[in-house]
Write a protein that binds this ligand. Structure first.
Ligand code: NAD
Length: 435
């Protein structure tokens, strides 16, 4: 089928490339000319394992193109909207990019085309868009919600092997057309779930808020472990052997981040209040997450007797999780700001997200020092703070860490290391919930 994707970011680029890989003719549209230029040269503007190879392959096969011109959408059987829906100042989703993409699409699209909302949008958005479009054009346009569940860092694999495809639609023919597009991805039996538009919108938020609540839950329990002397690893194993609980998203950390959980938690809280049905648990999920970043800062500050003036701290990892260059809402940003506000200097190293973090912190006017090597980043530092669970941080040389550091403190905020191994190198070791 002929597919246009509007918005060539983490979701749009992965979706478009994977659709092309299974044989669809795909045109990815973006307003960012630099991004389109890079993509036309076969260069991925984001770090996502396996993606660049697929882009190159499908560009060469002429199943994939990149443009800033919406004209290509004229011929499309379906137009997928995958633009950002970031948090507005009041926590609700900002839909300005979505409406701009809709305006540009309806100018060119043919009657009978399916407009697919892939972006995460507030409950009721499809219904509002339907009215909005009806006022602007007499063309027959079908609106389908098809929320995306891929994880950054494993996005290609997730898209190619989805646990489920959710399709929200009123018109059956529109739902069937989108289901047909996805058929090759679900040959192993994973379901295509068809439902109402509003249920599809709600499904996406419910999934993200539930996953975020697991993270906040285990972080709070880890704090209690710190207070009581219990060990979070033992407790985690004790609970996750129960299949009702499961094993995923139950690892303590400096709090969740990324472009989805923080904004989706806020947006669902806002929507729920607007519908007069507040979500008390979800409200607490965010509160606990904010506290968790402060808790990590307090751990560091306490080690230095609450005096961080002129202390140098090194971060290993600033991406919000491993295998991505995405730093949006990363806990590293918040903890860096707390430390710098308290008088500390910050050095950091990340295998992929360094340039993004540097640019972000410079714009925010927080001075930070980007380093090209994880050991060099420790030179003259008083403490190492590990924030992202990249593979290359998993088995470091603790003797080398000790040699490079000026001080002796290692804050392992992903609980990657064995305390005994770190202490053997004459280092002070701090984890979360592992007193
Ligand atoms: P992104 O910021 O990486 O990409 C958005 C892209 O849209 C940018 O390249 C931007 O230039 C482009 N854009 C903005 N306005 C445009 C317009 N009018 N016309 C054409 N292009 C335009 O965003 P993302 O992370 O891919 O997220 C997109 C949506 O998918 C969001 O709603 C998000 O919540 C949702 N989502 C994201 C993920 C994820 O892991 N990133 C996972 C599932 C769902």
């Amino acid at each position: 089928m002929k597919i246009s994707i509007v918005g060539t970011g983490y979701v749009g680029l992965v979706s478009g490339t994977c659709f092309a890989e299974i044989g669809h003719e795909v045109c990815c549209i973006d307003i960012d000319q630099n991004k389109i230029n890079l993509l036309n040269d076969g260069v991925s503007p984001i770090y996502e394992p396996g993606l660049e190879e697929l882009i190159k392959k499908n560009l060469a096969a002429r199943r994939l193109e990149f443009t800033t011109n919406y004209e290509s959408a004229k011929e499309a059987d379906a137009i997928f909207l995958a633009v950002g829906t970031p948090s507005g100042s009041d926590g609700s989703a900002n839909l300005q990019y979505l409406y701009a993409a809709v305006d540009a699409s309806i100018e060119v699209m043919s009657s009978g085309t399916v407009l697919v909302i892939k972006s995460t949008v507030p409950i009721g958005t499809a219904a509002k868009l339907k009215n909005y479009i009806a006022e602007k054009t007499t063309k027959e346009i079908f609106i389908v919600n098809n929320p995306e569940f891929l994880k950054e860092g494993a996005a290609v694999n997730d898209f190619m092997r989805p646990d489920r495809i959710v399709i929200g639609a009123i018109e059956q023919t529109a739902a069937e057309r989108i289901a047909k597009i996805y058929e090759p991805f679900v040959r192993q039996g994973h379901p295509i779930l068809t439902m109402s538009n509003i249920s599809a919108e709600m499904t996406k938020y419910t999934a993200n808020c539930f996953l975020a609540s697991k993270i906040s839950f285990i972080n709070e329990i880890a704090k209690l472990c710190d207070a009581t002397g219990a060990d979070i690893d033992e407790v985690r194993k004790g609970i996750t052997s129960d299949v009702r609980i499961g094993t995923h998203f139950l690892y303590p950390s400096a709090g969740y981040g990324g472009s989805c959980f923080p904004k989706d938690v806020k947006a669902l809280v806002k929507s729920a209040n607007e519908y007069g049905s507040p979500l008390q648990i979800v409200e607490c999920v965010e509160k606990v997450n904010v506290e968790q970043r402060k808790y990590v800062f307090e751990k560091i500050a306490t080690f230095f007797g609450k005096n961080l003036k002129d202390k140098t701290i090194t971060f290993w990892g600033v991406a919000f999780k491993a295998n991505t260059d995405d730093i949006r809402e990363s806990s590293a940003i918040y903890i860096a700001k707390y430390l710098i506000d308290a008088g500390a200097k910050l050095r950091f190293y990340d295998p992929e997200a360094g340039a993004n973090f540097l640019e972000f912190m410079q714009k925010a006017e927080y001075p930070v020092q980007l380093c090209e090597d994880k050991y060099e980043a420790l030179a003259g530092s008083d403490a190492l703070v590990l924030l992202t669970e990249w593979k290359e941080f998993q088995i470091p040389d603790f003797t080398k860490i000790k040699q490079m550091l000026n001080g002796s403190a290692v804050f392992d905020m992903r609980n990657l290391y064995k305390a005994s191994e770190v202490k053997q190198a004459d280092l002070d070791y701090f984890a979360i919930g592992r007193n």
